[in-house]
Design a protein around this ligand. Sequence first.
Ligand code: 5GP
Ligand code: MG
Length: 177
Amino acid sequence: MVEEETQLKELISSAEIKERLLQVSRVLDEKYYGEELVILMIMKGAVCLAADLIRTLNMKLSIDYIRCSSYEGQERGDLTIIGEEYLDLENKNVLVVDDIFDSGVTMDSVVKKLKLKNPKRMESLVLLNKLIEKSTEYRPDYTLFDVEDLFVVGYGLDYNENYRELPGIYVFKNSPE
Ligand code: 5GP
Ligand code: MG
């Protein structure tokens, strides 16, 4: 239905995301057994992943967020980070959650900045990792899926603020216009 109307092709279904999320959550449950975790969402793209993750984890947790933005349509611009001044991460276990690890610039910059707030441990989780050469050495600790170098939307990922609500991950069959 969604696919016919908008010329989108499904790459990863919501069932596949759910299944993989359960696997990763069990790994995290074990790793942080008896501890507390701050789920630090990079908004807006991490909204669906974080919302599902906090309901599949079995541990004491809290949520917080920053906003990062670097895209206009499919064009990359400068990275802006908003809201880090409000975070208290001192001596806390922090899991930074983002939608997609593309060049790596966003996660690398965020992790570097947030480490200055003296967390006890800082790890990162991404829904997707694009199979491209990275411009940074940093790698996420947990990845749900590797994907080809295509522009994807759905499950939090947008094109000009559209398509975030789609339950799976999609690519455009032709140009998104
Ligand atoms: P990076 O800094 O790793 O190059 O890019 C990360 C950010 O760029 C992601 O958090 C995401 O917001 C955006 N981004 C990168 N690739 C895509 C894509 O294929 N689709 C969408 N919707 N956003 C992307
Ligand atoms: Mg993002």
